[in-house]
Design a protein around this ligand. Structure first.
Ligand SMILES: *Cc1c(COP(=O)(O)O)cnc(C)c1O
Length: 389
């Protein structure tokens, strides 16, 4: 073991099963470790480095803001804050934004707003939120409760009450809960990321959209992982015939800096009132400058490029030896392999390709602008690793 890995094991809380790579530097989709080994990165720090590592335009925007001022608190106005909020609203047709620092916080805010909206509109007993089995919404006590996976719940009881879980893609399961409980909102990922890269069905999403409209239930799309261009549309829900009342995002928004956003439509725009929510770091100007750079570059051309690369990956991997299935949307892809996915990750790494897992799948989350040459090289290595007995 090296010096850094030893210090990590000695001093860092023991929550991460890290891969044995110590990152030293990188550029675009190439990561270099401290020994000088180079890797093609198909993980982007879990869907965070939207345009890769140390992207020039992003770096310029961040450094320029750093040279102006790094933080103001939300007691004062600042330009990066309002420009990013305006960009988010103009690009989505939504009305207002609350900025925080992570996906979990963005979801916490959405949950608070859903409860406040339902309380004021229907009464205080309407606090329950439906989420889906196999979902992932974060690690705080409340977003853990929202996460429909037992394995994340154990050891941390009691969690926040007021969450019930429906089967993904079962309208019957949603209808049953809507009849039985007093529901404020339905929270979902259009593609379940941590749950194994499982896109929801179109029929299911239009169905819940109808049920929500009939019962004045809010629709909340968790776009933390699939959002910000990764799906081939700016936000994943845009592939579907739905318009959420709230969507949340984080991960790829800042291009590598921590920022969360909870984005409200007209119906939910004015639920938050002075003092009802807040965040010291939320909307940090440097993070906002990075996010403006990211968001303003995700245009039709980039999105079409995402779709093209996605089609390329699907066509290469579908039916390939040792690969039994492929799922996902855009550049969020899950691969079912004959081999143990952890072994695939390890063998890919030995051959210079960094990939992730999600549940029982190998997961790919490459940069939106990964050069085709690097993508092809990486996909060929994945294919050969999966094919080897
Ligand atoms: C990662 C993730 C979260 C949590 O985001 P953090 O920034 O880690 O708090 C929430 N929802 C989804 C869908 C995610 O993928």
């Amino acid at each position: 073991m090296g010096y850094i890995t030893e210090l990590d094991k000695r001093y860092i809380a023991n929550t991460y099963a890290r891969f044995p790579v110590v990152v030293a530097s990188g550029k675009g989709s190439i990561i270099t470790d401290i020994h000088g080994n180079k890797y093609i990165d198909l993980g982007t720090g879990i869907s965070v480095n939207t345009f890769g590592i140390a992207d020039d335009a992003w770096q310029d925007a961040v450094i320029a803001q750093m040279n102006r001022f790094q933080h103001t608190s939300n007691l004062y106005y600042s330009e990066p804050n309002v420009q990013l909020a305006r960009l988010l609203c103009e690009r989505t047709g939504m009305s207002r934004v609350f900025f925080s620092n992570s996906g979990a916080e963005a979801n916490e805010c959405a949950i608070k707003v859903a409860r406040k909206y339902a309380c004021e509109k229907k009464g205080p007993e309407y606090y329950t939120i439906i989420t889906l089995k196999n979902s992932f919404h974060g690690r705080t006590i409340t977003t853990l409760a929202a996460t429909g996976q037992e394995m994340f719940h154990k050891d941390f009881q009691p969690l926040t009450e007021g969450f019930v879980y429906a089967e993904a893609n079962s309208l019957e399961s949603i209808e049953k809960l809507v009849k039985k409980e007093k529901i404020a909102a339905i929270l979902f990922e259009v593609v379940q990321g941590e749950g194994g890269v499982m896109p929801l069905e179109h029929e299911f999403l239009s169905g819940i959209s109808q049920i929500a409209a009939q019962n004045d239930i809010l629709l909340i799309a968790d776009e933390v992982q699939i959002g910000n261009g990764r799906s081939g549309e700016l936000y994943g829900y845009m592939h579907y015939d739905i318009s959420p009342d709230i969507f949340t995002t984080a991960k790829g928004l800042g291009g590598g800096l921590p920022i969360g956003a909870t984005v409200f439509n007209q119906k939910t725009a004015d639920v938050l009132t002075p003092g009802s929510h807040g965040s010291t770091f939320g909307g940090n100007p440097i993070c906002c400058a990075g996010a403006i750079s990211v968001l303003s570059r995700i245009d039709r051309e980039v999105l079409d490029e995402v779709k093209r690369k996605s089609a390329y990956i699907f066509s290469e991997l579908e039916g390939a030896e040792g690969i039994t299935g492929i799922s996902g949307l855009g550049l969020m892809i899950g691969i079912e392999t004959v081999k143990d996915p952890m072994l695939v990750v390890e063998q890919c790494r030995e051959q210079g390709v960094l990939v992730l897992t999600a549940k029982n799948k190998v997961r790919l989350l490459p940069a939106l602008n990964i050069p085709q040459e690097e993508l092809s090289e990486a996909i060929n290595i994945i294919k050969s690793v999966c094919a080897e007995g």
